[in-house]
Write a protein that binds this ligand. Sequence first.
Ligand code: HEM
Length: 176
Amino acid sequence: MRAAGATNGLVAVSPQRTVHAPARLSAAPVAPALTARDIGLVRTSFARIAPTKDLTADLFYDRLFFIAGDLRALFPDDLAEQKKKLMAILSTAVGRLDNLAAIAPAVKALGARHAGYSTRPEHYAIVAEALLWTLQQGLGDAFTPEMKSAWTKVYTVLADTMQQGASEAAALRAAE
Ligand code: HEM
C-alpha cells in the first residue's frame, strides 16, 4: 500500500548524471532512475515500432486478455479508441523521458481515473507482462535484456505515478 503524499522520485535526467529525488517517506518505493542510456534504448525501440503502432496495440490487448481474460470485461467492447489512447500516452511519455516530472500531474490524473475503471494494484504487473511481451514480439532480437530493463524502469515509473495519483485522489475524497 502506498502512503499518500509519498514522493515517486521522478526527476529530470541529464546525459551526465542521474539524480534520485530524496524520498520524503522512507516507506515509499523509490522509482528506478533512468540513465541516459535507458532513455536512448527506449526511444530507439519505440521509434522502431511506431510505424506499426496499430499492430502493436492489437498484439498488446490480445496478449493482455490471453494472460488475464477476466480483465476484458473492464474495457469497452470496441477497443479502437482505447488502442489509440494507450499508444498516445506511451508516445508522450517516451518523448518526455528526460523530464518525466513534467508529465507527472497528467499521469497521476490518469491513475486516478483508473480507479474508476476498477483497476487494482495487482493488475499493473499483468499489464507490464503484456507490454514487455509485445515489445519482444515487435523487436525480436533487438529487444535485448538491457532494453527490457530500460522499458521495465519506464513502465515502473508510469505505473507508480498512476498508483500514487489514485491514492492521492482517494485520500482527498476521504478528507472531504
Ligand atoms: C502504465 C500503465 C497504464 C497506462 C499508461 C494506461 C493508459 C490508459 C489510457 C491512456 C486510457 C484511456 C482512458 C483515459 O485516459 O482515462 C486507459 C484506459 C483504460 N485502462 Fe489503462 N493504462 C495503464 C494500466 C492499466 C491497468 C493496470 C489496467 C487494469 C486492468 C488498465 C485498465 C484500463 C481500462 C479498463 C480502461 C478503459 C476505461 C474505459 O474506457 O471504460 N489500465 N488506460
